[in-house]
Design a protein around this ligand. Structure first.
Ligand SMILES: Cc1cc2nc3c(=O)[nH]c(=O)nc-3n(C[C@H](O)[C@H](O)[C@H](O)COP(=O)(O)O)c2cc1C
Length: 451
């Protein structure tokens, strides 16, 4: 099966290529009626966009997102949300010189081995450009999680061997490395620019934190939460390692050092842990502590420095990759990693909501708000049809208000109410009020037209 989609209940399909007309994503499974801030999607894309600073590629794509479906008047409709981003700054001629050679570390040879054909212009589907589609879809997941008080934050933790010494979230967007430690950020920047000047590149580590997740996310055994997060993050180009909590460090600790002691928090009655070496996941299920994961990002392979390679027809060759490439991908991977984690957490949240009804007051109230909102939307829809019927009646000269029809509707709906065990008198009163409103709406429409 082709691997262009991810997720179970909330499913993303990504499409498009670096030098095709456009790239985009379809996000399926999102409930209707949820508020969507389109500007926020654009802001997330602007964070991933190339040409932001000296430490990233100079490709100058505006990356304007177009919402083709699934959102109406700022709310989801429940149908697939399709988002499109046009490719506007392609320079295929930059790849002309190396079109018959494979770039070491890039996907040209393996794509050729698999498909028998490979788009040399910017790596085609293997290009980092594809990740704009993920960021657009992830921005939707991110904002819907935020409505539930769950926040996903990523930052550069290490670049070219320089690691952070402190974490201040306020600092992340203030430097080109997206690093929470301004002192380390300066050193990292110097090393990235030095590598760039030598025609080389550097790698690093990006950390992602999910704040305030509920306990219970993750589906053992094959869909354990860390397995799902690992897959989502390792699917990003140039990501070569994944760890959760203490990760590889845990291999060098004793049980007594690595275990997180447990206690009951007095104010909330919640089971908590004193440390978070597990990174918020145990047995493949979130335990309610912050989820902490890390990815290793390799130095990008497209470098000016000369390297040994082979041509498409298997002749030895020397390659130097010119053009606009990232000397360090970490700052651009940050929004992509947030998107992939947000999509995974959002997917598992909906899976958990189907498995077990929540008892958290805030979640219950959210659900009530959603139902109330749907009631109003349905009423709006009903009145729109009532108006259409009014027009037809006016055309035919039929009188407004049809007692026989009202009795039929009432009989049908009261039978349903009785079956469900609902209060029949309340349902009768509700429909009588709806009939009154409908007749008044039709009359108003008629008067309005007459005026
Ligand atoms: C946001 C982003 C930007 C990227 N920019 C570049 C780049 O400018 N040059 C490059 O060689 N690779 C870049 N990559 C990495 C390649 O896409 C990736 O290395 C390539 O597809 C080979 O796949 P692999 O590294 O996962 O094996 C970028 C990746 C991402 C996520």
């Amino acid at each position: 099966m082709a691997g262009n989609s991810l997720g179970s209940n909330i499913r993303i399909v990504s499409f498009g290529e670096s030098h095709g007309r456009a790239i985009g994503a379809v996000l399926d499974g999102v409930r209707p009626g949820l508020p969507i801030d389109v500007e926020m999607i654009q802001k997330e894309l602007d964070r991933r966009r190339p040409g932001q600073s000296k430490v990233t590629t100079a490709r100058a794509e505006a990356d304007r997102v177009e919402l083709l479906s699934g959102v109406f008047e700022g709310r989801t409709t429940g149908t697939p949300i399709c988002m499109l981003i046009w490719n506007t700054d392609q320079r295929p001629q930059a790849y002309e010189k190396i079109k018959d050679m494979f770039r070491p570390g890039h996907a040209g040879y393996t794509y050729m081995a698999k498909y028998g054909i490979s788009d040399y212009r910017g790596g085609g589907r293997s290009s980092g450009r594809e990740t704009a589609a993920r960021v657009a879809a992830g921005a939707i997941a991110k904002q819907l999680l935020e409505h539930k008080g769950i926040r996903v934050i990523a930052y550069t933790r290490e670049v070219a061997g320089i690691a952070i010494g402190s974490v201040d979230f306020e600092e992340i967007e203030k430097n080109p490395l997206r690093c929470p430690d301004p002192v380390a950020a300066k050193k990292m920047e110097e090393l990235v620019l030095a590598a760039k000047a030598e025609g080389d590149s550097v790698g690093g580590v990006v950390e992602v934190i999910v704040q305030n997740p509920p306990a219970g996310l993750g589906e053992p055994v094959f869909d354990k939460l860390e397995a799902e997060l690992g897959k989502a993050l390792l699917s990003i180009g140039a990501v070569k390692g994944f760890e959760v909590g203490n990760g590889f460090v845990a291999a060098r600790l004793k049980g007594s050092e690595n275990n997180d002691s447990m206690y009951v928090e007095e104010t909330t009655g919640r089971v908590r842990t004193r440390t978070n070496n597990a990174g918020g996941i145990a047995g493949g299920i979130s335990n309610g502590e912050d989820i902490v994961v890390r990815i290793a990002v390799k130095p990008p392979s497209s470098i000016r420095k000369e390297q040994e390679t082979v041509t498409v027809d298997k002749k030895p060759a020397t390659i130097s990759v010119e053009g606009r490439h990232d000397p360090c991908i970490c700052p651009r991977v940050v929004p992509v990693a947030e998107a992939m984690v947000a999509l995974t957490i959002f997917d598992h949240l909906t899976r958990q909501q189907l498995l077990r009804k929540t008892t958290r007051l805030r979640d219950l109230r959210d659900t009530i708000d959603q139902i109330d909102h749907n009631i109003v939307l349905l009423l709006f829809e009903r009145l729109a049809i009532v108006r259409q019927i009014g027009e037809v009646k006016k055309h035919r000269g039929t009188k407004i208000g049809d007692r026989k029809r009202e009795d039929e509707v009432l009989k049908k709906q009261l039978a349903v109410a009785r079956d469900l065990g609902l209060d029949v008198e309340f349902t009768r009163d509700l429909f009588k009020a709806i009939f009154q409103l409908s007749k008044a709406t039709q009359r108003k429409g008629k008067d309005h037209k007459a005026r």
